[in-house]
Design a protein around this ligand. Sequence first.
Ligand SMILES: Cc1cc2nc3c(=O)[nH]c(=O)nc-3n(C[C@H](O)[C@H](O)[C@H](O)COP(=O)(O)OP(=O)(O)OC[C@H]3O[C@@H](n4cnc5c(N)ncnc54)[C@H](O)[C@@H]3O)c2cc1C
Length: 406
Amino acid sequence: MASAHMNAPNQYDVAVVGAGIVGMVSAAIFSRAGARVCIIDPSLDWHAPHGPVALRNYAIAPGAQRLLQELGAWSKLDLHRLGSFNALEVWDAQSAGEIGFAPPASYDGAMGWIVEHQNLLAALSGPVADCTAIRGALGTLELSQPNRITLADGAQVQARLVIGADGANSPVRNAAGIDCRRHSYRQHAWVANVVTSEAHGNVARQRFLDSGPLAFLPLADPHHSSIVWSCTDPLHGQLDSLDDDAFAARLGEAFEQRLGVVTSVSARVAHPLERLHAQAWSKDCCALIGDAAHVVHPLAGLGLNLGIMDAVALSQCLTPIAPTAQWPRRSALRRYERWRKSEALRLGSVIDVLQHLFSERSPLPYAVRGLGMRLTAGSTRLTRRLSEYAMGTRGDLPSLPANADR
Ligand SMILES: Cc1cc2nc3c(=O)[nH]c(=O)nc-3n(C[C@H](O)[C@H](O)[C@H](O)COP(=O)(O)OP(=O)(O)OC[C@H]3O[C@@H](n4cnc5c(N)ncnc54)[C@H](O)[C@@H]3O)c2cc1C
């Protein structure tokens, strides 16, 4: 139920700053729970994708997929453009260690999907149809009740709750005076779509090289994969200087030709990799979600999945939406912060340990690394548990609040 005094133009219950996937999910949930919501972003582009599969895509785990389905977004995706995988193979370049992950026998869906950013945005445009979309960048933010937002073009918005879903460099976080810890991995991740001579068979694969992990994620075409090649700065520099044919040859070699020859590579981009953790996830009546709160290494493909869970957890803590000046309660915002901050810290630390163990700076000799992987592979219980965490079906999981009666 929207608050009575928040019905004037430019007055909202919730202002979501940042219309990436996490912001869109958050706006959709609060809107469905009955809040008057605005979404602010300088680039509001929700057209459906067409042509070749774009480079910006994500592995979506079943935990997040289920939430997108409940929100009504999953069925709106262009399903022909989705890749999916039923198994995950991980191996170490320096030892014989190899682990295969599969979903539990009781589960008959995919272990994950590869979905384009634009496909997800277009699918989420339906669930946010009742929100006001404001094209513009955050200028200043005055934390008060209600919060006062001034956009870069001078327009003003008031909202009882401000949600910072504005990415790793979050202007909301900065404007709220929340510090964050940033640590560079001194790696870049090359992202490209490639064609291989052998079919991927709907298996996601990752090889741990000393210079960083290399993942091949299956796209809809059986011979097409999306690659994420994380590499230390010297290798990144070498790869940067290669033409497409030389890059394809180097990529096939680095992947031990597990999918045969890499016959073609799309345009490619490299992202600098860092770990980020906001010191606080809320302040007064403002909360951070997604990359604004945490950035983790992409080796587990979980950053966006975590952000979607933040959006759901925040709404779970803050609903029902009371039409009184006491909403949102600080105690509820603190509950959200305690819950999700510890989850993200735990997961980020596990990912960092893995990243470090398999890197050239690893304290473990190769033989010990291989033995560890073989022991893990031999333990059905352990691999099942790890699969469940990767699939987002284990842990303290949030659930969507009920639809408001409209
Ligand atoms: C190479 C690589 C591969 C990855 N693969 C995966 C994967 O397979 N699976 C996975 O789960 N995660 C993956 N991730 C992580 C994932 O990309 C991020 O976690 C996710 O994109 C974060 O989404 P977000 O909506 O929080 O932020 P963003 O996507 O960064 O969106 C932020 C939004 O805020 C807007 N904005 C910025 N400034 C302002 C402003 N001043 N005012 C208003 N709006 C503003 C921007 O326009 C943007 O729309 C990967 C990351 C990398 C680097």
